[in-house]
Design a protein. Sequence first.
Length: 269
Amino acid sequence: MFKIAIIGCGNMGLTYARSFLQFNLVTRENLMLIAKDKNHARNLRKMDLGKVSSKIDNKLNDYGVIVLSVKPQDFSSVIEPLSKSLQPHNVVLSVMAGITLETLSGALGHEIIVRAMPNTPSQLGMGVTGFSASTSVNIHQISIIDNLLNTTGRTIFLEDESQIDAVTALSGSGPAYFFYIIKNMIDAGIEMGLEESVAAMLAKQTMLGSFHLMNQSPKKLEELISAVSSKGGTTEAAFRKFKERGFGESLKEAVWAAQKRARELSEAK
């Protein structure tokens, strides 16, 4: 069993640590958690997830996969110690938003790099992660990374790294879109006289049930919409308002705006 080091142990780093352990892809003895803040490192030791360190040094030579999970704005602070510690066999898995493979490789002086974009449901094992790899990463290494990322949900490998901007816009930011829709449905329910708890239960359970119906039904989304709609009925009245306000087009424009911003952030690094 190979060793894994995780640099940056915030929400996503801890999610990976717990998931890798849960699926027996690494043991506590072979898992290293690196947190620069000594207080955080002290708290990590209490969690007993693996070995803990507050610095990046040559101990990383022994670790086959190094997960880079610091905030993008903190990347500059780890470049020097990490670049000095990396060996040709290390696979660097970056989950930092907006930092390209080319930028990572140039900064670290390293070629075996994978870039991934998870989303927040990964914390529950129900996420989706798009990932891309540098040309120096072989099929065996891609398989290892795929197995690791699969512990937090589903994965999709992208040969074209530029598509990660679309992944960021669609699934990376996507949970917030759904939260926004549900919030406004709850607000509408409250305005119609329902208790907040009742409106929240109705909206959340409707989304949950609709997801499972959509996921298991052989019907297309258009057919599922039609199945709920009847001529002159309530759903038709709602969709008439959607069309009047351009809701569908606005939603697509919002996703495109997120992709554009993701691209701008990548180019600015």
